[in-house]
Write a protein that binds this ligand. Structure first.
Ligand code: URA
Length: 211
């Protein structure tokens, strides 16, 4: 099977906002607001291949066959808890999307994902499913979440993150070569604790003001 397709959204607005988010002096409130704004721009990119059909409508001047999104509503799956920061923004753009949650925490010793929650929408086989998690670090949680989502029937899956490490991209390529990845940046590497370098720190802590 071909390699996972990786898209880096190098739009100036995305890159500018990401730089402010990376800065350790950026406040929790600003971080959250910027994540919401970036998520709208990333959502634009990750939904680029949604299938289109036409609908007959009447403008004030004329009848036309106008483009509309075809098929079932798409599904968003947030990997708790940091995924919710991306989810909130995307839902503003696509309010009718179905939403699922997968709860995984990373065992600090093994860095392996441990599942503690899963609630997914029905009918995933007929929907494009976008999995959201800001940080694609080791890729272990992401790969495990996509395993679960595939077990629920999803076939057309995309992975949306803010930052990716080469290690995480490689892990996803190995486990799920059929799942395209969209990210705002591909950073250098992981440190010994599984943090992305240079990164932005712990996305959940920065978003929610915990530490
Ligand atoms: N999760 C985070 O929040 N940050 C990282 O750098 C890696 C994983």
């Amino acid at each position: 099977m071909s390699e996972t397709h990786l898209t880096i959204v190098d739009h100036p607005l995305v890159q500018h906002k990401l730089t402010i988010m990376r800065d350790r002096d950026t406040s929790t409130g600003a971080f959250r607001q910027l994540l919401r704004e970036i998520s709208l721009l990333l959502a634009y990119e990750v939904t680029r291949e949604l299938p289109i059909s036409t609908q007959r409508i009447q403008t004030p001047l004329h009848a036309m066959d106008a483009p509309v999104i075809a098929g079932k509503k798409l599904a968003l799956v947030s990997i708790l808890r940091a995924g919710n920061g991306l989810l909130d923004g995307i839902l503003e753009l696509i309010p009718s999307a179905r939403v699922g949650f997968v709860g995984l925490y990373r065992d600090p010793d093994t860095l392996q994902p441990v599942q503690y929650y899963s609630k997914l929408p029905k009918g995933l086989e007929a929907r494009m499913t976008i999995v959201v998690d800001p940080m694609l670090a080791t890729g272990n949680s992401s790969a495990a979440a996509v395993d679960l989502i595939k077990q629920s029937g999803a076939r057309d899956i995309r992975f949306l993150c803010l930052l990716a490490a080469p290690e995480g991209v490689a892990r996803m390529q190995e486990a799920h070569p059929d799942v395209p990845i969209v990210t705002a940046a591909l950073d250098e590497r992981l440190d010994d604790h599984g943090y992305i370098v240079p990164g932005l720190g712990d996305a959940g802590d920065r978003m929610f003001g915990t530490k």
